[in-house]
Design a protein around this ligand. Structure first.
Ligand code: LMR
Length: 327
């Protein structure tokens, strides 16, 4: 009898130990945009897919709207293990790598098709591991779209931006881009943009249609110029330490769920590029201006010298490869 009790106890202990080992892996996914955006929707889809396919093994919690961390803090938090996934804009990695600055060069990609071609090609794929030395891994690109410029005055030619204060993301390339038209760029967190515009502490900003719509920038900016002058896309990242701590099978399954969520998010991005622009036009709160070919050319000529300034940091060959994606 005593033997039997001992056997039962050891089985119970073993089961208990197994249960402890099998506690679900926690993934906190932090981002700064609203839920009704390509990134917001992608993160929700990722959570749903993980719930469906990896129930009990992995638990994803999504924190939108800078609830947990702003983009300027999230990568530090990731290296400390306080958050496991994020998808900052490609413009927010310059502290970790110079190569991703390529995505900020003004008028480099003619449209999102060219961006996709470059990202999925060999050079774009190589850039996913450009953060490795800093302890981060790029798991995939996610689209938002081409950027437009909004302001308190109509922007038709570069001199219209002269002396005006523009909020930018933390990127030296974007700083140089606005300095090239004699504007005053200010690096500010996304969470502060609406208030800065509303209080007229700044005159303008650049962003995608979905960000301008979902964060209501159009309600406090009387003019939006359809410039399509640059891209705002994301890199979904995690820390090497967290990623390598996962079992191979689990890592593969999480990556698959993420890939599927990215495909879904990219579909939303393509849709919202058009629909959010239309919602802004319909609101009549902001006038959407288009540029003639001659006006646009003036912006190109003013801003393109920025490429040369960053050519050594980014690499001339990489810039050529990105340009080739336009063909
Ligand atoms: C911004 O700061 O304007 C964007 O990076 C926000 C975002 O994540 O789309």
């Amino acid at each position: 009898m005593r033997l039997l009790t001992a056997a039962v106890t050891s089985i119970a202990l073993a089961l208990g130990a197994q249960a402890a080992v099998a506690a679900p892996v926690e993934i906190k996914f932090s981002h700064v945009v609203a839920e009704n955006t390509p990134k917001g929707q992608m993160a929700i889809k990722f959570k749903e897919l993980v719930d469906e396919r990896l129930a009990g093994k992995v638990e994803v919690s999504v924190f939108p709207n800078s609830q947990l961390f702003g983009d300027n803090k999230v990568l530090e938090a990731m290296l400390l293990g306080d958050v496991q996934m994020a998808a900052p804009s490609l413009s927010k990695f310059q502290k970790y790598t110079k190569s991703l600055q390529i995505f900020d060069l003004p008028f480099l990609f003619k449209d999102m098709e060219a961006v996709e071609k470059f990202q999925q090609g060999p050079d774009g794929q190589k850039l996913l591991s450009s953060l490795k030395k800093k302890g981060l891994i790029g798991l995939g690109y996610l689209h938002n779209g081409m950027k437009q410029m909004s302001a308190s005055n109509p922007l038709k030619v570069p001199s219209d931006a002269s002396g005006k204060k523009f909020r930018i993301m933390t990127s030296d390339v974007l700083q140089a881009q606005f300095e090239a038209v004699d504007a005053v760029p200010l690096k500010k967190p996304f969470s502060e943009v609406f208030t800065l515009l509303q209080t007229q502490a700044i005159d303008g900003q650049e962003n995608t249609w979905s960000n301008i719509y979902s964060k209501k920038f159009f309600e406090v900016q009387p003019y939006i110029t359809e410039t399509n002058h640059g891209v705002l896309d994301y890199l979904v990242v995690t820390s090497t330490e967290f990623w390598m701590s996962l079992d191979d099978d689990l890592r593969t399954e999480i990556q698959k769920a993420l890939n599927d969520a990215i495909v879904y998010g990219n579909g939303i991005a393509a849709q919202k590029g058009d629909s959010d622009k239309q919602l802004i036009i319909d609101s009549k709160r902001s006038e959407v201006l288009t540029l003639t070919a001659e006006e646009r050319q003036q912006w190109v000529e003013a801003m393109k010298p920025v490429w040369k300034k960053f050519e050594d940091e980014i690499g001339a060959d990489l810039i050529k490869a990105a340009e080739a994606a336009n063909n």
